[in-house]
Structure formats: C-alpha cells, structure tokens
Ligand binder design. Structure first.
Ligand SMILES: O=C(O)CCC(=O)C(=O)O
Ligand SMILES: [Fe+2]
Length: 579
C-alpha cells in the first residue's frame, strides 16, 4: 500500500513544541469502542504469546527483529488495521508498519530508560489503552566529563503524558538520541516537566492514578535480511531456501573418532569340531584374556563357503604368546589348561586395537575381525550429511548469511573479512551479530566480539562496539537491540550455555578457548583455516582434558565463506591466518 512520504500537513497541529524535535501527540486518536475492541483482542491472544519481563508483560507481533533485519510474520488483522491507519499519516516515510509490540504495565510497573536501537529508527508510534502513563526522557550518558554525576535523575529532561486512546509519534532527536522509559509508579503528579500537559488536557499539579495500561508500539522494521541486505541472494520460499542443498554441514569429529583403524596381530585357529566351541572359549579366555580388547568377538564364522571348518577362534595376541621355535598349536598352548581337542593349527590375523566409535570405523574394523559397536546414531546420521532437516538447514543458511553480511560490513571498514552470529536454538533467535574488529584491538576477532555482545545482552560485557553498525545484540529482556542500560543479568550459569555460533571462518585457538569458557553448545563454520582450532590444526572442542566440549560442523555455506576470504581481500597473505 502506498502512503504519503512524509507526515501529513494536518498532523503538524499536534507537534509538541516544548519537546525537542519531534513529538506528535494526538489525543483521542481512537474511539472508546476501538479501545475496548483492541483490549479484548490483546487479552484474547493465546497465553503463550505473552513474555513475562521483570516490570511488564509483552507480546511481539510481526516477527522477531534482530540486528540485521527481521524474518517477517503476518500481523493479525486487528493490528494490521492500525498499522495501515498510522502509516497512512506518512509516519513511516511511505512504508507500512510491520511490527507491533504490546506492552502491559500494571500500576507500579514500568520500563527502564533505554533506546530502541537503530533497527527501528527513525520513527516509533504508540497507541495507549486502558490508562495514562508518563513517558520520561533522558539525556544519553555522555563520554565527556560532566559537571554533575551522570545519574538518572540528573539526566532526566522531560515527560510526556500519554492518555488512553492517544497516539504518540516520536522521531529525530527525541527518538534517536534521547533515552525513554517509564518510572515504576502507581500515580503521577503533573509538574511543569510534563511538556504536553495542556495538549493532553491536564491541569498543572493534578495527580493521576495509574490503572493497567496496554501500549501498542507500532514500528517499521526492515524486512528479511535475505531481501534487503543481499539483493542478489536467492529469495526464501517459506522456511526452505532455494540453495540450502548446495552445502553440507560436516561434523568435525575428535581424532579418536576420525582416525584410521589401528590393528594388532593375533593368533587365530580353526575350530574343527564345532561341539568343542564353548569349552574352548572358556578355557582360552581364562588362559589368554584379551585385556583391553573387549570389543573383539573371540569367535568368528568363516565366510568362505568351501571352508572345511565353520568357525575360527582367537587364541591370543602375538605379543602375549610364549617364545616359540616352531609356531604350532602345541607351543601356543603348552599347559594343560586348554585341551586342544577340536582346534586346528594357528595362523596370524590382525584385529582392531580399539573399539570403533563411528560407523565408518566399524565397517573398516569388521573387515579384519568381528567387532562390537555401540553406535551413536547422531554421529552416523551427521556423517551421512543428513543430521539437519531442510527447514533446519534453511535456518542455518539464514544465520550464516547474516554472518557473511557482517563479515562484508567489517571488510568495508578495513577489518579481516570474518563475521559471526550467536543464536539461541531453543527460540531460534539471533542473540548477537559481530564481525572482526581487530583493526582496533588485536583480540577482537569476530567470535570474541560476539561473545562480548552476548555478555552485553545479559547486562555484562567489557567493550563497546557502538561504532560498528553491523555489530549488535538482541536483549533477551526486551525487543531492543544495541545498548540497554542496566539490562538484567540472565540466570544462565555461563554466557553462551546452549547457544550456537555461526562463523564464516574456522575459529583460532584463542576464540575456540573463549568458546569453551563461555560454554557454547555448537559451532558452525563455513571455511577452514590453516591455523584453525576446530578441526584443521587443533580440535579444541574435543580435547579430553578440557571441562567443556562442543559440537563442530563445517561447510555451512562453505563456498560463499571461502569466496569471502579469497575475493576482494586486499590482505591476501593474511587470509590464510585463522580467525
Ligand atoms: O509502553 C510504551 O509506551 C513504551 C514501550 C517501549 O519503549 C518499548 O517497548 O521499547
Ligand atoms: Fe522503547
């Protein structure tokens, strides 16, 4: 739908002149009937639609925004009507709002001062239902030294009274530079800091008691990243991406799982009389226990059809056999402990020295001597390249595309072309996006940047990546991206517990160790690296002595990730270095 490209002339009468640019306050934007209808719809939504936060409840409609855009979901008709109505005022420069947050505040609840982040700029619009509130505005924390301490109180600038049924439109400085919040109060006394008092029809000094307020925060978020950021990339069809079958996620297994089968020499002998088998087994196992070779089956059937004997038995390892001048069954079994009845003359075979850990190892080992195998089905399926279903691969494709886009943004700034994304697979939500920033700090490899951003999303973190627009995080306690002052610490024991990392290039030792410390669950990378520590040079993720292990898969969008390092990189020789 086409909308006017700028705010309609008619709206200009609603500008709040005592506030910095630009605030529009439109009283009675909707009728009482519309208000009741909207409240009814909000409370009719399934319980699962609500997210309980510390000072409010939240519903998210239209898709989950993340730092590089949003995979759009259909907005229900009852909200779509208002998205269109507000967009037709020209609030979103001709675009139609595609995202709605529903916040519910009980009296005494609020939202801490924050900025919504560049994802939502340049406009936010809010319809209030059920009760008034005061929306408070604060100066951002300045990096310059200030005369007074930069407390919240000192940074407070003004408030806006938003009454039920009103529409508030914030743009420019008020939205993009200042922080906004709602103090957790049960009533508000209207001082002269409430700059739209008269427009809102309030009397100075009046005290208003808060009821339950529901706000509809209606915004425009750039749509799918695959469309907006990578116009040349293939389009998504639902969840299945056209070319997600152009790559395979190969598991990077431990050395024990991937090495060739090691063999040891043993003496075997034919069992010429089948009836003696169980006695022979008992007596041989007692005289020559095959210590450490419990995986080996002592007896095997002879495959050749024309063989005169149907079974063969392992007598002992060559290393356990007595010194013999002539190799025959008598010198192998010198004592009376094993009666030789039913046994033929010995011959040398090779048997697997270790239990097979994977199906390929099992198949190779079994060619030499029958071996038992406790199969890890997930590993088998992963080795066949079938662990991830097409919808899962489509999601992985999207995450790695996001990492590729970040890598390119970093490269534009002269950084190594490496990008990374941290995802919570339980919610399928992107938590952080980062790219290499080592031009500014030698430790700021993409994975390290991402770990710090995840920490920031939990109220911690050590660095600021504000100057890199492609680096960001999504706060688990709000929909907002970028800095959320005082964001609550998550209850997770470690920063990345249960999370996945997508990174365009194999992590180096430093990054791999940081991933161990932060307890990442799985790492997916695109291109291998000569110094890589997740398969190429080291396998930090499977080091026995470390107290955390994670799964690693390589080859996700492998070609695109390799091209990233190969093409257009002005520092070709450094391309070979690991991430
Ligand atoms: O409820 C409101 O009016 C403000 C909500 C808000 O600032 C947010 O969700 O980011
Ligand atoms: Fe906000």
């Amino acid at each position: 739908m086409e909308h006017p490209a700028c705010i309609l002339e008619d709206l200009k009468q609603f500008v709040v002149h005592d506030a910095p640019p630009t605030v529009y306050y439109i009283p009675d934007f909707i009728s009482e009937d519309e208000e009741s209808y909207l409240l009814q719809q909000v409370y009719k939504s399934p319980k699962t639609k609500w997210t309980q936060l510390s000072g409010r409840r939240l519903q998210n409609w239209g898709g989950v925004p993340h730092p590089r855009g949003m995979l759009a979901e259909k907005i229900p008709d009852w909200l779509q009507t208002y998205c269109e109505k507000i967009s037709s005022l020209g609030a979103f420069s001709g675009k139609t709002a595609n995202h709605v947050l529903v916040n519910e505040y009980k009296p005494g609840e609020g939202i801490m001062p924050h900025e919504d982040g560049p994802l939502y700029h340049p406009t936010v619009t809010t319809i209030s239902l059920g009760s008034h509130t005061l929306l408070d505005f604060y100066a951002p924390i300045s990096s310059q030294e200030a005369d007074a301490p930069q407390t919240e109180e000192n940074r407070f600038l003004f408030s806006l009274l938003v009454k039920p049924r009103s529409l508030l439109i914030l743009q420019e400085d008020t939205y993009q530079r200042l922080l906004h919040g709602i103090r957790p109060r049960a009533q508000d006394t209207l001082t002269d800091k409430v700059v739209n008092r008269s427009a809102a029809g309030a009397v100075p000094g009046e005290t208003l008691i808060r009821g339950t307020r529901v706000s509809l925060t209606i915004r425009h978020v750039p749509k799918e990243e695959a469309q907006t950021m990578e116009p040349q990339a293939k389009r998504w069809k639902g969840l299945v991406c056209d070319d997600s079958d152009s790559w395979v996620a190969h598991p990077v297994l431990s050395d024990e799982q991937s090495q060739d089968v090691e063999l040891v020499k043993a003496f075997a002998a034919p069992i010429v009389n089948k009836k003696e088998t169980s006695r022979l087994l008992r007596e041989l196992s007692s005289l020559y226990p095959l210590n450490g070779l419990q995986h080996i089956k002592r007896v095997r059937a002879v495959r050749e059809k024309d063989s005169p004997h149907p079974l063969e038995v392992l007598v002992c390892l060559v290393s356990d056999a007595p010194d013999m001048k002539v190799i025959n069954i008598d010198s192998l079994l010198p004592s009376e402990e094993v009666r030789r009845d039913g046994l033929g003359e010995p011959f040398v075979v090779k048997v697997p020295a270790r239990p097979p850990l994977t199906r390929p190892q099992f198949e190779r080992a079994s060619k030499h001597w029958p071996t038992s195998f406790h199969e890890d089905k997930q590993v088998t399926v992963a080795l066949r390249g079938e662990l991830f279903s097409p919808p899962q691969k489509a999601r992985m494709h999207m995450y790695m595309t996001t990492a590729l886009t970040a890598a390119k943004a970093g490269r534009e700034l002269g950084m190594e072309a490496v990008g990374a994304v941290v995802v919570d697979p339980a919610t399928e939500r992107i938590i952080a996006v980062g790219h290499d920033c080592r031009g500014d700090h030698p430790l700021h490899h993409a994975a390290m940047v991402c770990i710090d951003l995840v920490a920031q999303s939990q109220g911690g973190g050590c660095y600021s990546f504000d100057r890199y627009p492609a680096c960001g995080f999504t706060s688990p306690t709000s929909d907002t991206c970028q800095s959320v002052p005082g964001a609550e610490r998550s209850a997770q024991p470690y920063i990345c517990t249960g999370y996945d990392l997508y990174v365009t290039r194999e992590p180096c030792v430093m990054c791999a160790m940081a991933l161990v410390h932060s307890r990442i669950g799985r790492v997916f990378y695109g291109a291998a690296s000569a110094d890589g520590a997740a398969g190429t040079r080291y396998k930090i993720h499977s080091q026995k002595d470390l107290n955390h292990h994670f799964e690693v898969y390589k080859g996700v969008l492998g070609k695109q990730c390799e091209d990233l390092n190969g093409l257009g990189d002005h520092k070709r020789e450094s391309v070979q270095q690991s991430e």
